[in-house]
Structure formats: C-alpha cells, structure tokens
Design a protein around this ligand. Structure first.
Ligand code: HEC
Ligand code: HEC
Ligand code: HEC
Length: 457
C-alpha cells in the first residue's frame, strides 16, 4: 500500500481529475482510481497526438499519406513505426485498467524522455503530434508508478527503483526434490534416441548455458537452423524459443527430446521405458512423482531445475545499492546503453525475453548478411503466420552475453563488438565509435553472473 507522501507526490503533475483524489490518506481503492485516471490520461495523450497513426497495424493511411512525393514517405514511416512498436494493445490495456507490457512502457517512457517522436520531418505538417511538456510529465510519472508497482525487484535500492533494468531476484520458488531430479534428467543422455545427447550437450552449464556453436549439433551429426540461446535465466522469459512457440519451460522441455535433429527419441513412452529400467532413479523419482515417468513428469522436473539457473552479477550488486560494484568506465557503458535505447528492448530483470522485436528496423539486416533467407529467419511469423511478425524474434537476454557467442538467432556474428555495432546500425540507426563500443563491452562484462557461488566463464 502507498503512503500519503508517495501518493501526493505521484499525483502532482496531474489535472483536476486527479486533484480530487489528493485526500489526507491514500487507500487502495483511491489508489486504483488514481491509477485508472492516470492510465486514461496516457491513452488520451497517445490518441490525441496521432501516435496510433504510425504505431498501429489497423491504422488507416491519412489524406497526406496519399499525396504525391510525401505519400510514400508517410506510408514507409507508418510501416516502420508499427514494426517497431504497435501501441494498439497498450492503449486497449490502458482503457481497460489492464497491465501493460514492460517493453512498451520502456519505449514510450523513452520517447517522452528523449522527445524523439514523431520523426522530425513531420513537425511541419503533422500538427499537434509533438508531446508537450505537460504530456511528457504525465507519461514519465505514469511509467515510474507502473514500473514501481509491477516491474521492480524488491531488493533494488531506492535510488534505482525506476531503472529500466532491475536486479535479479535471489531465487524463484522451487521444490528441491524436483530440482534434484530435474538436474539429473537434464544431464541424462537417455532422453535421446541413441543415448548420446543430453540437454547439457547443447546447454552446458560450464559453457554459459550454450554450446558456443553457430548451430547446435544434434543426433547423428545433424545441425539445427538457429543458434541455441542460454538456459541461464531463461525462466524469466515470457515465452521460450526465438519464435516463442513454447509458453514456458515445461512446454519447451518437451520439444528437444522428440526433435529429429536434436535428440531424436520417438516418443516419451520410449524415453520413460528406458528410464524405468534404472531401478535407483525410478525409486527416487516415484517418491516425488507417484505417477512415474511420462512426458508431464519428466518435463516438470527439468523445468523445475531450470528455475534455479539464475545468475546474479556485479551489475545486480550495483542496482542493489553497492556503488563500488562498478567502475566509472563500466557505468559510462551503462549510460551509453540507456542513452542509445538499448534498455527499451533489453529491459527488465532479464534484459530481454519480454517481447518480439523486428530485426533490422532501420535497414535490412538480411541484405547486410548477404546469405539467403532460411526458415529460422522467419521468427515469430512461423507461429502466427501473420506477415507483421516476419523477422521478429524474442529479444535475447543480455545476461552472460560475453560468454555466449556467437550471436543473433542465426549465430552469424562472432564478436560482441560486432553485435553491438549491428544493434546500433540496424535497430537504432546510428554509427557508434570504437571507444563507445569498448565502454559498452565493459558494461556487458558486468552482466556475467555467478551460479552456485562461482563466476561463470
Ligand atoms: C508519422 C509517423 C509517426 C508518428 C505520428 C509517431 N511515430 Fe513513433 N515512430 C515512427 C517511426 C518511423 C519509428 C521508427 C524508429 C525511429 O524512426 O526512431 C518510430 C519509433 C517510435 C519509438 C521507438 C524509438 C524512439 O525514438 O523512442 C517510440 C517509443 C515511438 N515511436 C512512440 C511514439 C509516440 C508515443 C508517438 C506519439 C506521440 C509517436 N511515436 C508518433 C513513426 C511515428
Ligand atoms: C541439439 C542441441 C540441443 C539440445 C539437445 C537441446 N537444446 Fe535447447 N535449444 C537448442 C536450440 C538450437 C534452441 C533454439 C531453438 C529455437 O529457438 O527454435 C534451444 C532452445 C532452448 C530453450 C529456450 C531458451 C530461450 O531463451 O528461448 C531452452 C529453455 C532450452 N533450449 C532448454 C533445453 C532443454 C531443457 C533440453 C533438454 C530437454 C534442451 N534444451 C536440449 C539446442 C538444443
Ligand atoms: C528494437 C529492439 C531492440 C533494441 C532497441 C536493441 N536490441 Fe539488441 N537485440 C534485439 C533483438 C530482437 C535481437 C536478436 C536479433 C536476431 O537474433 O536476429 C538482439 C540481439 C542483441 C545482441 C546479441 C545477443 C545474443 O545473444 O545473440 C546484443 C549483444 C544486443 N542485442 C545488444 C544491443 C545493444 C547494445 C543495443 C543498443 C544499441 C540493442 N541491443 C538495442 C532487439 C533490440
């Protein structure tokens, strides 16, 4: 519950509607009304300023979008703007008092802070679309309140409560008996058709939770078509896989064992029968899962184990209030990271994993790469079959990024410096100096975390 001071302070920048709520104390129902009004104000600012014209897949082309010369430019911006950010869901959520996504919040907050929207070339003819200072203040205050309520980690120091990146929680609730079984199964090659491959083969816990190959090598020397993301902190992603086709870790864990190019088992019945022959394991398993081995129990145990794969780092110490945890240069790297909008997509506790983002907003990444398109390049489109989702990928976490090369869904980028340059050029539309790149590398280095008390390598 909010105290009076916070309530008054938070209410300050708002108009008459909210003034009515400045009562001596702030009960939870008053807070709800305050938050609802705040949300409605933000929705109205977004509508009034025409943000949806360029940030909604359902927007209609305005009259000037049909004029010669300027028309094609307008239409290109509508397409580009929507690819970057579709505000339809957010505005609906605001209207209905529903939670907004952490990434949308960070993006819209960033616009209000940097005053970058709409693109400059519109200011002449796109009257009224520039946020005025009152509107910016409303958005900034809203973002702060919503972040505090929904997205902060309790251990964050007061000073950093409004940072777009938040410290890792110390642990996620788990059942230790299931975790122990999950750990074993994670390392068990019997999950594969020829007993040669375990989850750990491609997601080694001593190699950053990945295999450090462009494409993973599965059963019979076969290769997959996308780079393996890390299992460390994967529990914090809103969905699993680059295209988000698994809703959670349990659903994810059912994929590889039966994938013909990964572990190549025919069925969970086959796997369960093999495991059941192991008397010792069966006995222990039955104590925790009386129904015995099956797809649901095996994947449940593995997922439970994966929830323990959190890797607190030096950067978390900093966010929790230890000012000496980072050097001046590392902090400079963090500042550049935020100033260059990196923290809008790589946001939250896991610095990613919260949204699908188009790869190549500012120019075509695939033209630059120069090799033909693959199935893996489709991204989210593979699941939704919606053209808007082609080349959108679940944003990867940046935790432990220094020890998880190569990079991108196609694993085609071998150095972290190149990954940083590419992000600036293709997502932000900016060239970055070697000196700034080096500082961002220093910052990313502070994200390498500890597992079971040991610094990962
Ligand atoms: C005329 C079209 C247009 C309008 C109107 C527009 N945008 Fe954008 N917006 C774009 C385009 C194009 C991009 C792609 C990236 C860029 O150019 O920075 C973008 C990017 C963004 C971004 C991410 C990049 C950044 O600079 O932060 C945010 C957030 C954003 N818009 C929010 C808004 C909001 C809020 C409004 C209303 C005040 C708005 N936009 C109005 C076209 C528009
Ligand atoms: C042959 C190598 C290989 C094996 C074996 C393997 N994986 Fe993966 N894993 C991958 C690849 C490649 C991806 C990315 C696939 C995609 O996104 O389409 C992936 C994705 C994942 C993800 C999603 C992470 C994220 O951020 O989206 C998790 C979690 C994961 N694997 C856990 C496991 C578990 C648990 C097992 C054992 C049951 C396993 N993997 C077996 C290669 C492998
Ligand atoms: C619009 C959202 C967005 C923004 C802004 C953004 N990124 Fe990314 N980032 C992504 C996506 C999506 C990928 C994966 C792209 C792919 O696999 O093709 C990615 C990948 C990366 C990777 C590779 C990670 C890996 O494990 O493969 C690094 C490093 C990275 N980004 C750093 C940055 C930096 C530094 C910035 C600031 C300049 C930044 N990103 C800005 C969305 C974004």
């Amino acid at each position: 519950m909010l105290n009076t001071i916070h309530c008054k302070k938070a209410c300050m920048p708002f108009g008459l509607l909210v003034l009515a709520l400045l009562l001596p104390s702030c009960s939870s129902s008053e807070y709800k009304q305050y938050a609802d009004n705040q949300a409605k104000q933000v929705a109205s600012i977004i509508r009034k300023n025409g943000c949806l014209e360029c940030h909604s897949a359902t927007a209609k082309v305005p009259f000037y979008g049909k004029l010669p010369l300027i028309g094609p430019v307008v239409q290109a911006d509508m397409k580009e703007g929507t690819r970057y950010l579709d505000l339809t869901d957010m505005v609906n959520a605001l209207d209905n008092g529903k939670p907004v996504s952490e990434v949308d919040l960070a993006k819209v907050e960033n616009t209000a802070l940097s005053g970058s929207m709409p693109p400059i070339k519109y200011s002449g003819m796109h009257w009224g679309t520039n946020l005025n200072s009152d509107e910016k203040a409303v958005i900034i205050a809203w973002a702060k309140d919503v972040r505090k309520k929904n997205f902060t980690t309790p251990t964050v120091s007061d000073e950093f409560a409004n940072e777009p990146v938040q410290p890792l929680m110390a642990f996620l609730p788990t059942d230790s008996a299931k975790v122990a079984l999950g750990f074993e199964l994670y390392h068990d090659t019997r999950l594969s058709g020829d007993n040669t491959i375990a989850c750990a083969t491609c997601h080694g816990l001593n190699t950053g939770g990945v295999d450090r190959k462009q494409y993973s090598e599965g059963i019979n020397g076969q290769f997959g078509g996308v780079n393996a993301p890390t299992v460390y902190n994967a529990a914090l992603n809103i969905v699993q896989f680059w295209d988000g086709r698994a809703a959670d870790l349990k659903e994810q864990a059912a994929g590889p064992p039966l994938n013909p190019v990964e572990m190549g088992s025919l069925s969970f019945d086959e796997i369960s029968a093999k495991l059941a022959e192991d008397k010792d394991l069966s006995e222990r398993f039955l104590k925790v899962y009386p129904e015995g081995f099956n797809q649901s129990t095996i994947t449940d145990a593995i997922a439970e184990f994966e929830k323990t794969l959190l890797t607190p780092s030096r950067f978390d110490k900093y966010l929790m209030g230890d000012k000496n945890a980072l050097t001046a240069e590392e902090l400079e790297g963090y500042r550049l990271f935020k100033d260059n909008k990196c923290a809008t997509c790589h946001t939250g506790v896991n610095m990613g994993g919260q949204s699908y983002e188009y790869m190549g907003i500012k120019k075509s990444y695939f033209d630059y790469r120069g090799t033909g398109l693959t199935d893996g390049d489709n991204g989210r489109f593979a699941v939704t079959k919606n053209e808007q989702d082609r080349h959108k990928f679940k944003t990867p976490t940046l935790r432990n990024v220094m020890i998880t090369p190569p990079y991108m869904h196609d694993g085609s980028i071998t150095s972290v410096e190149d990954a940083i340059r590419i992000m600036h050029q293709f997502q932000i539309g900016k060239n970055i100096s070697d000196d700034e790149t080096a500082k961002i590398v220093l910052f990313l280095n502070t994200l390498t975390g500890e597992y079971e008390g040991k610094l990962l390598q």
